[in-house]
Ligand binder design. Structure first.
Ligand code: GP9
Ligand code: MN
Length: 727
């Protein structure tokens, strides 16, 4: 009886419509679990994902409902279903190949990708794909054979309208739930897969199209005249070189160690009588390290990606999101990897244990000219080896060696650490029993010292390897903290631990907490601790000059810190300005409050001279951000190619075959190969010593190349196993 009623219901137009929506939803949920790696890890997220296809499918299919003619109405509903299934199917195939979702830009550039994809498209098909089309095939057969009747009633406008309204309501609920689970999901997208996870493929596609159109619109409104304004402005920051430092590290390898969430106050800090970071302390004071005591991060909401952007390009992040995710796929970059490639034949690589899509790195790095990107896929994904965003730092460094030693020298390589990331969790086995952390009411603070201590040990192990392998002799190591780890709301609890008072804590102290380490270490450098204020924006010009590459023709907003004419000042992304003399609070703080930077005293009555200086600084800072935004938001570098620079062709990079590419080059170059493994006549991985407990009783050799890396089969299977590695 029940069955009969159901069949009768399906024979109505409303029933048919609900059938299509339900079947599509089921297919979508199947694909989401079977084909995508969305990192869904709590029941609430599962629920949101199930909901995500319903709103848009209801809305789309309801269009067919508005047509009065029964056949047309059914036809349009089916057409919408076909189109929506096609979009899902295309994403499934694309994801299998690229571990990413299709963007509007990808579609626009389909011509460039299609030839490669075409060949492999058939190979990408799996029997399960049939499930995505099966419902439509059966429905068509049933309709054609009249087993399923077309409802001949006329429905007017009310029912279709009700159907669309339900669709809109579900969609709004979906967006609301997504925002509660992941605040500012759409405001500051950091990963396409997050948008898909919470809002589904359809909403993601519309969102991406709108974003793309906004970018194009802005680009259309820009012209070369804007570029000249930027060029004129950045000329001011170009300072005469200091011959004592210019070219001092010419031809050397460069290793950048990106210390996640690492703040300067950790340096030389003791907790319960023990230093938190003994190794970094020793490096800070090392006779061959130039350290900066007053180096500030300048990131905005793009956090890590903003820090990376400043270091790679010498331009600021944007004011309203992450430049990497908003503009990184489309903008033209003149970034360190390509500059070094063109001026010194450097090979470049990034090592980072998170998924390649995070912060849109897979696109951005190609546009910057990075030869290789070793992401999550290249590292162990055993449960005990990963935490939070990805592989634990000690293992990341250890497992990187087999790749690093295969890079042709000189290389420019960046290691982005992860373990010291909020909420600073650690597995018990990784804790150092000899180090006792604080016991404050704030768990993050207590945890922070433990993860920082762990990171310190990881960096030490890596340095020991650099020394043993001899790499240190021809390498310049740059170490920096990307941004704060503890937020301003935690500073008062932290105050007594760092010898400050919670009662007198103010915005000046918050600004001082934004200091992060910046150290340059090389055997031929004379160590010193510099007191001048500086910021992340200054790293690239400084680095280029140390390598003997003039930054004269590049558009960069920072200055060479070693120039005798360096004027110490910097601006935060929120507008706060720091100079040698002043801290001028901007952004959300009490606007305009000015402090004496050295004493921390607020300046209330300004002398005439102070007023002039402060106004000039504020004006310069504002202009600096303004012109950087003009440059980046309008993609102005497409109008400008400096002498000696070759624009990057991102198409030449394929991060799925890094290992094979390096091997091929070594084979081709034979005795001319400059890779460490060639020079050393064998692997150096055995020189790496770590106390990581995960490796103690492991029978398989972690230094071995994983089979899928070796055979270039880095793909779905490995990713699928990796479900819990995302936040
Ligand atoms: C993610 C890692 C952390 O891959 O770089 O990013 P953050 O949250 O610090 O921006
Ligand atoms: Mn970070």
């Amino acid at each position: 009886m029940q069955k009969k009623r159901l069949i009768n219901f399906i024979q109505t137009r409303t029933g048919f419509f609900i059938l299509l929506v339900s079947l599509f939803t089921l297919k979508y949920i199947f694909a989401a679990y079977h084909d995508f790696n969305l990192g869904i890890n709590d029941p609430y997220q599962h629920f949101i994902m199930w909901l995500s296809p319903i709103g848009t499918a209801t809305l789309l299919f309801s269009i067919g409902f508005y047509f009065p003619k029964p056949l047309v109405s059914y036809g349009v509903m089916l057409l919408m279903d076909f189109a929506n299934t096609g979009l899902l199917f295309a994403n499934v195939l694309y994801y299998r190949q690229f571990s990413d979702f299709i963007t509007v830009k990808t579609i626009a550039n389909a011509g460039k990708v299609a030839p490669g994809l075409g060949k492999s498209a058939v190979a990408l098909l799996q029997p399960s794909d049939l499930l995505l089309w099966l419902d439509l095939i059966i429905i068509l057969i049933l309709l054609c054979s009249h087993k399923l009747q077309v409802d001949q009633h006329s429905y007017g406008l009310l029912t279709p309208f009700a159907a669309s309204t339900v669709g809109v309501l579900i969609l709004v609920t979906n967006i609301f739930l997504a925002e509660t689970s992941r605040p500012r999901l759409l405001g500051t997208t950091f990963d396409r897969s997050y948008v898909v996870k919470y809002l589904g493929i359809d909403t993601y596609t519309v969102y991406d199209a709108v974003k793309n159109e906004q970018t194009e619109q802005t680009n259309r409104n820009a012209n070369a005249a804007d570029l000249n304004k930027v060029l004129t402005f950045t000329k001011q920051s170009k300072l005469p070189i200091n011959s004592q430092y210019f070219g001092k590290e010419k031809g050397k390898n460069v290793i950048v160690i990106h210390l996640e969430s690492f703040q300067q106050f950790l340096i030389n800090l003791k907790i319960n009588g023990k230093p938190v970071t003994p190794f970094l302390n020793s490096l800070y004071n090392n006779q061959h390290t130039i350290s900066f005591a007053n180096f500030y991060h300048q990131v905005g909401v793009g956090r890590t990606s903003d820090a990376e952007n400043m270091l790679e390009t010498g331009t600021y992040g944007i004011s309203d999101g992450s430049l990497f995710t908003s503009l990184g796929s489309s903008n033209v970059f003149q970034a360190a990897p390509q500059i070094l490639h063109e001026n010194g034949n450097y090979t470049s690589a990034v090592f980072h244990g998170n998924a390649s899509t995070f912060w849109n790195r897979d696109d951005v790095y190609k546009n910057m000219g990075y030869n290789y990107f070793f992401d999550q896929k290249y590292f162990s994904n055993a449960k005990s080896d990963t935490l939070g965003y990805g592989i634990k730092d000690k293992l990341m460094f250890d497992e990187s060696i087999k790749y690093l030693e295969r890079m042709q020298q000189p290389f420019y390589s960046k290691f982005i650490t992860l373990t010291n990331h909020t909420p600073f969790d650690m597995d018990k086995e990784d804790l150092d029993p000899a180090f006792q952390t604080t016991d404050t009411s704030d768990k993050s603070i207590n945890n922070y010292f433990e993860t920082a201590h762990y990171l310190d040990q990881a960096v030490k192990e890596f340095f020991d390897y650099l020394t043993k392998s001899g790499l240190i002799k021809n390498t310049m190591v740059i170490i920096y903290g990307d941004h704060y780890g503890l937020s301003n709301s935690e500073n008062q609890t932290l105050a007594p631990i760092i010898g400050e008072s919670a009662d007198t804590w103010n915005s000046y102290n918050d600004v001082q907490m934004q200091r992060v380490p910046f150290m340059i270490h090389a055997p031929n450098l004379k160590g010193q601790i510099k007191k001048e204020v500086a910021g992340e924006i200054d790293v690239l010009p400084t680095l280029l000059h140390l390598l003997g590459i003039s930054n004269q023709n590049y558009i960069q907003f920072g200055s060479d810190l070693f120039s005798k004419q360096y004027q110490p000042w910097l601006v935060f992304r929120n507008g706060t300005v720091v100079s040698q003399k002043y801290v001028i609070i901007g952004g959300k703080g009490k606007k305009g409050d000015v402090y004496d930077r050295k004493t921390g005293k607020q300046i209330i009555n300004f002398t005439k001279q102070e007023k002039i200086e402060i106004n000039a600084l504020a004006k310069k800072a504002k202009k600096s951000l303004k012109y950087s935004d003009l440059l980046n938001n309008h993609n102005l570098l497409r109008f400008y190619t400096p002498v000696g620079f070759k624009p990057v062709n991102p198409e030449q990079f394929d991060y799925l075959t890094n290992y094979q590419q390096m091997e091929d080059i070594i084979t081709k170059l034979k005795t001319n190969s400059t890779a460490l493994i060639s020079r050393h006549h064998g692997t150096t991985t055995k020189l790496y010593k770590t106390d990581a407990p995960q490796l103690k009783n492991r029978s398989d050799d972690i230094t071995k190349i994983p089979a899928d890396v070796k055979n270039n089969q880095l793909s779905q299977q490995k990713k699928a196993k990796n479900k819990d590695s995302k936040k």
